[in-house]
Design a protein around this ligand. Structure first.
Ligand code: F0G
Length: 462
């Protein structure tokens, strides 16, 4: 017997599959028709026409048997549901915030927070924009100012915490506008638009102390704070011995409140919340939530949804879960890198981002190269990805196109849904599109909605 000496230590998912959902790869001609019908916008494809769906990790998660069990015992009372109190207890214990205001999803919480705190003419600094977050800040009359560190704009920088806020940039914004024009700092964990890049505890502490000096609130976008906590445990000096729960708790301890999309870290299909410490702000939020979401003890979620979210939050902070979750994303990143595909590094927590500026460098940004690539990837392998470049960036208040420095395609991994074989197929399809990159052209826009255009815009190849 001759056993190799360097036997790898592979990881495996801490779950097995109990129910399966059938998927089908439409043939080449069907894919061509489907993409044309969708106006080259992957948001407009029918799910049935998609083989492997990496559009988003939002609400696309597989729930556990424990979560399904909780669904069956959900309390559907209009007022005072048992599951509201259960969720409140879990949010207090895990995130550490005193008041819970449930919402139908993250943007419902962003809406409430923005309406409550932002006045016309205000400035909201944050670590890179997120589409819906910025929309709500501007809808409430504010202006978003990006204060993320410069490394975030460089897809090749291996900075371990590319999501960090640049303290000098933030101090300059405070100097320029004055603290009374800044209702809060919008602080995102595992910054989505930067490539799923984490922030460090050290940065949070620094931002917190600057905010405290000026009496400015610090609000967390906790959507992927658990995934960020995993990176802190792996990368931040002195954090290796801390549990995910301890790190998450510490992140939140510096914050005045958070908005949360339960559809990500919370491992559910719908739901979210606003959580704050201030009694009077909570009171105002409860007054507002009844107008936009539902009574303050359900806020747009069914009782069973709150029950599933409460269990999902508990599962999300188990080390074995979060390790498998983030390392599966890394597996896809390594596969792509082995093929020579330019991707954003370090690999993100929820997605791998293709660096389209390097893949389709011959296409001007005004011809939507990342949007085109996403379409080509669907034609190639029935794989659905999402543009995160000029289309997502939209237009400024004067109506001009915003040209972001990052032109990316996001391959987003739903939680507990796909296996390594799916990701092998994805990496091979991406590499094949890259192989024929020179023969790919741009797109022109033929329909553009007035806001958040990436969801519904239609395109045609040039
Ligand atoms: N904040 C971040 C960082 C997000 O990624 C999202 C949603 C939201 C807020 C809004 O939450 O969807 O529950 O209303 N991101 C999804 C995505 C849509 O595909 O990245 P929501």
């Amino acid at each position: 017997m001759q056993i190799k000496t360097d036997i790898p230590n592979s990881w495996a998912e801490p779950w097995k599959i109990k129910t399966v959902e059938h998927i089908r790869l439409p043939n080449k001609n069907e894919r061509k028709i489907a993409l044309e019908d969708a106006g080259w916008n992957t948001f407009l494809l029918k799910s049935e026409d998609v083989f492997i769906d990496l559009l988003t990790d939002s609400g696309t998660n597989a729930m556990s048997d424990r979560q399904w069990a909780a669904i069956m015992t959900g309390d559907e009372a209009y007022a005072g549901s048992r599951d509201y109190y259960k969720l409140e207890e879990v949010v207090r214990r895990v995130y550490g915030f005193k008041h819970l205001i449930p919402t139908h999803q993250g943007r419902g919480a962003e809406h409430l927070l923005s309406q409550l705190l932002i006045s016309s003419g205000d400035v909201v600094p944050g670590n890179m924009y997120f589409t819906t977050t910025k929309f709500h800040q501007e809808y409430a009359g504010g202006t978003f100012v990006d204060v993320i560190i410069d490394e975030a704009q460089d897809p090749t920088s291996t900075h371990p915490f590319k999501g960090n806020i640049d303290i000098d940039k933030l101090a300059a914004v405070i100097d320029e506008h004055g603290a009374d024009k800044i209702p809060y700092i919008s602080y995102e964990t595992n910054v989505n638009m930067a490539g799923g890049q984490p922030v460090s505890l050290e940065n949070i502490r620094e931002v917190h102390s600057l905010c405290a000096q000026h009496g400015i609130k610090l609000m967390l976008d906790a959507t992927r704070a658990v995934e960020n906590s995993y990176f802190i445990k792996c990368r931040e000096p002195g954090c290796q011995e801390k549990t995910i729960a301890e790190i998450l708790w510490e992140i939140c301890s510096y914050m005045d409140g958070c908005t949360m999309s339960g559809k990500k870290d919370g491992i559910v299909n719908i739901g979210g919340f606003l959580a704050v410490n201030d009694d009077s702000l909570a009171q105002q939020a409860r007054n507002l939530v009844v107008a936009f979401e539902g009574l303050h003890t359900y806020g747009g979620m069914a009782g069973r949804d709150m029950a599933a979210l409460a269990v999902g939050i508990e599962e999300s902070i188990e080390y074995n879960y979060i390790y498998a979750r983030v390392e599966q994303v890394g597996y896809l990143g390594r596969k792509l890198a082995e093929f020579g595909v330019p991707v954003v590094v370090p690999f993100g927590g929820h997605a791998i981002y293709l660096d389209i500026n390097r893949i389709l460098s011959h296409i001007p940004q005004a011809q939507f190269p990342a949007q085109r690539f996403a379409g080509e990837l669907y034609l190639e392998g029935g794989i659905r990805a999402m543009e995160r470049g000029i289309v997502s960036a939209g237009r400024d208040k004067q109506g001009r196109n915003i040209f972001p420095s990052l032109e990316l395609v996001r391959l987003t991994i739903p939680r507990r849904v796909y296996t390594q074989s799916h990701l092998d197929v994805v990496s091979e399809s991406v590499a094949r599109v890259c192989q024929r990159a020179d023969s790919i052209g741009g797109l022109e826009i033929i329909y553009e909605p007035s806001h958040l255009r990436f969801f519904q815009a239609r395109f045609s190849p040039i």
